[in-house]
Design a protein around this ligand. Structure first.
Ligand code: FES
Ligand code: FES
Length: 156
């Protein structure tokens, strides 16, 4: 068993879990934060994306024990007294259909916008599409997802 101590969405948690417990399993099954989805379990779809110490990470690729000591933000922790600008932009632009990919898309998109703003690089449509290569959506055709990220990039 491994002792896992995390700060998740601003709250400290400690649990003892089997060594092989994935971070996504820890979030969904130990903490019941089921907004983080599992689409593939093989690091391809991005539905499980969360932030670990501020960086987007596919939580099916990381052991909970490896994340111990970190700050984790899930889709449940993104809103702060109202929708995050990225959540609002997905809503405004109809950037989702079934919504299964959406939590991961939004966590990836927030990290993307923050990184581009920090570096001063231009986040144009081509860059957004390139950055989204690790997040698969089976419904939308991506067009409205890209529009959503462009809107939020102007507001964040
Ligand atoms: S469930 Fe993690 S990338 Fe698909
Ligand atoms: S909205 Fe259905 S998978 Fe993306």
């Amino acid at each position: 068993m491994a002792e896992v101590k995390l700060t998740v969405n601003g709250k400290r948690v400690t649990r003892h879990v089997p060594d092989e417990t994935l971070l996504v399993e820890f979030l969904r099954e130990e903490l019941r934060l089921t907004g983080t989805h599992v689409g593939c379990d093989t690091s391809q779809c991005g539905a499980c994306t969360v932030h670990v110490d501020g960086m987007a990470v596919k939580s099916c690729t990381m052991l909970a024990a490896s994340a111990s000591g970190s700050e984790v933000t899930t889709i449940e922790g993104l809103a702060n007294g109202g929708l995050h600008p990225m959540q609002k932009a997905f809503n405004d632009n109809h950037g989702l259909q079934c919504g299964f990919c959406t939590p991961g898309m939004i966590m990836t998109a927030v990290d993307m916008v923050r990184r581009y703003k920090a570096s001063g690089e231009r986040l144009d449509e081509e860059a957004i599409r390139h950055e989204l290569e690790g997040n698969i959506c089976r419904c939308t055709g991506y067009h409205n997802i890209v529009k959503s990220i462009q809107q939020a990039a102007g507001e964040m």
